[in-house]
Design a protein around this ligand. Structure first.
Ligand code: HEM
Length: 123
């Protein structure tokens, strides 16, 4: 968990799936089921953070600035997932939050894959 990113990837992939499931459940009017999925998703937010912080603590010395930006964008992705779900439930506009979510996700993914552990696609 300290030197490879498998646990981290597992947690954010499951988080992403739960987020999509919650949206689909809302669209099909299954509010109760959506609430349960959202609760599980919140546990996964914590797991994404815990695995991310663990990697950050051990490896950020390599490039503190880039790791710092990765950390920040990762937190923004989580915050936007939560905002989109809450506002969707309240029937409020979500356009800007979707936009920030997608941009932050692409940035987080790019930085993760660029940084040196495991996936190292853009180095
Ligand atoms: C949903 C949000 C997130 C997504 C989609 C995401 C995505 C990724 C990806 C694609 C990688 C590269 C995996 C690899 O190289 O094998 C990665 C690595 C990493 N992530 Fe995240 N991440 C997220 C949240 C976070 C958070 C919140 C933190 C900090 C608390 C964080 C810290 C890290 C660190 C330190 C690495 C290791 C970078 C390396 O050296 O390769 N991530 N993440």
């Amino acid at each position: 968990m300290f030197d490879n990113t498998h646990a981290h990837i597992t947690t954010w992939v499951i988080g992403l799936i739960l987020f999509i499931v919650a949206i689909v459940l809302h669209k099909s009017g299954k509010e109760k089921a959506m609430k349960v999925v959202q609760m599980i998703l919140r546990v996964f937010y914590l797991l994404i953070l815990a695995t991310g912080i663990t990697l950050f603590a051990k490896h950020s010395d390599f490039d503190p600035a880039l790791y710092g930006v990765k950390f920040l964008f990762g937190v923004v992705v989580i915050a936007m997932m939560e905002m989109v779900l809450i506002r969707t439930k309240l029937g409020k506009k979500t356009g800007i939050f979707w936009a920030v979510l997608i941009i932050a996700f692409i940035a987080t993914f790019y930085l993760g894959a660029r940084l040196p552990l495991n996936w190292n696609w853009f180095a």
